[in-house]
Design a binder for this molecule. Structure first.
Ligand code: HAM
Length: 419
């Protein structure tokens, strides 16, 4: 029996692989400009790391982690997100002492055992940034600005950024009680999931996608009334700084997030083309996470974008075809040997070159050149070889010219740049 991919896992090929490469290049360029350095964190960590960071009552920890005991009996999990691992690395590498304010970015696969559907996978990819060791509201604004410049340079348009301030954990205690009081008498009108959430984490009710719950949530008391002056000032400064940076954001007093570590600023980017799974990316401030991992208090803020979803939003015609390579067509055994040598030399010289192996007919080799979308071919027969020349054929014009063999690298390089 042939093997098949697991449900929710994908092979990324062809145009998608190219789009991934381009988006990653845009991320590296933009994040570098904003002063972020790359960090590569492990895919596997102690399970405890994620339950402590994300919250034991969250969906991710409760039912979505790929977790198992490793051979030494340690409970481990495939990372469902990047923030927890980055915070561990920040402390373990003493960046809190050596760097102070630390700006890191990461990209790579994440794993959540969710029910697969369009835009929702079990292995997906995130690109994210984290700033650790800063309380400044300007860091929040810089993070959101960085997100929007990255999306623009990746070729996305038509996305919307929503932003809210969730206050500190202390401020949220009062708000939690108020919300529980508001929803308790409405319990019968809530969906089954929300009825269960009511006792566990009432904030998740604000995030329900069911129409009935949504309408009730939109009439619930907003968090604004529970914020201290300091949180309110923080929020206003973030919004004003975003205005200065030219980033359009909409305030949404009902925006909450599915992970528990957020404090104060939270934001989400959505795109209309994504349907039910419309979150392209999300993030916010998490001022207590470093402390909860045993470090000294270090205000932090970051975001992560889902790569599969971002690629879904990019218009197909935004991805130009790959640079056309040179195709080397050979006729006769001696020319075939020389052809292999030429392709090798061209590739080493930085030219994308290709050829067919085996004694194929001219017709079949030209068909292969067409399949590779080549603009021109180098034709080399045993006769040309004996005369020390080669023929260059331009497919579009049909033009054919003969040149000395020793000019081949120079000519192919020139053509591959200008054609
Ligand atoms: P998150 O909202 O859980 O945040 O995920 C961020 C993004 O990852 C989502 O907006 C979505 O695009 C993508 N994503 C999540 N789950 C899936 C899935 N099953 N399939 C496809 N894409 C998915 C975080 O992970 C936080 N660590 C973000 C952050 C960084 N906050 C502060 N710093």
């Amino acid at each position: 029996m042939a093997f098949q991919r697991l449900r929710g896992f994908r092979d990324i090929t062809g145009a998608d692989a190219l789009a991934f490469e381009r988006v990653e290049a845009a991320a590296r360029a933009v994040f570098g400009r904003f002063g972020f350095e790359e960090i590569r964190i492990p895919l596997l960590e102690e399970k405890q790391l994620f339950s402590r960071a994300l919250g034991t009552e969250t969906d991710v920890v409760q039912k979505e982690m790929y977790e198992f005991d490793d051979r030494s009996g340690v409970r481990v999990a495939l990372r469902p997100e990047g923030t927890a691992g980055v915070v561990r690395a920040y402390l373990e590498n003493n960046f809190d002492k050596t760097h102070g304010w630390t700006k890191l970015y990461y990209l790579g696969p994440m794993f959540r055992s969710e029910r697969p559907q369009a835009g929702r996978l079990r292995q997906f990819h995130q690109i994210g940034v984290e700033q650790l060791g800063t309380d400044s509201p300007y860091a929040d604004a810089e993070t959101v600005h960085c997100l929007s410049v990255f999306l623009d340079e990746a070729g996305a348009s038509g996305y919307a950024i929503k932003l809210n301030n969730l206050g500190t954990f202390e401020e949220r205690q009062l708000f939690r009680r108020e919300l529980e009081g508001y929803f308790a008498p409405l319990k019968d009108r809530l969906c089954e999931d929300c009825r269960a959430r009511l006792g566990r984490n009432v904030f998740r009710l604000l995030d329900c996608k069911q129409e009935g719950c949504r309408a009730l949530a939109r009439s619930s008391p907003p968090i604004d009334g529970f914020l201290t002056d300091e949180s309110r000032r923080h929020h206003e400064t973030v919004l004003a700084a975003l205005g200065r940076a030219g980033v359009a954001v909409a305030r949404d007093p009902y925006l909450v997030r599915g992970l528990d570590y957020y404090t104060r600023t939270v934001f989400e980017v959505t795109h209309p083309s994504l349907g039910a799974q419309d979150a392209l990316g999300a993030g916010g401030r998490y001022d207590s996470l470093v402390e909860s991992f045993g470090g000294a208090r270090a205000g932090s803020v970051g975001f992560a974008v889902g790569l599969e979803r971002l690629v879904m939003c990019l218009s197909a015609d935004g991805a130009p075809a790959p640079e056309p390579p040179v195709f080397v067509v050979t006729l006769g055994p001696a020319a075939a040997e020389k052809g292999f040598e030429l392709v090798s030399t061209l590739r080493r010289a930085g030219v994308r070159a290709s050829m067919e192996y085996g004694a194929k007919s001219m017709k079949s080799q030209l068909r292969a050149a067409d399949k590779h979308r080549c603009r021109f071919a180098v034709i080399l027969g045993d006769d040309e070889l004996a005369q020390g020349v080669f023929v260059m054929k331009h497919f579009e014009t049909g033009e054919q010219k003969t040149f000395p063999l020793d000019s081949i690298v120079e000519r192919c390089r020139k053509q591959s740049l200008t054609d």
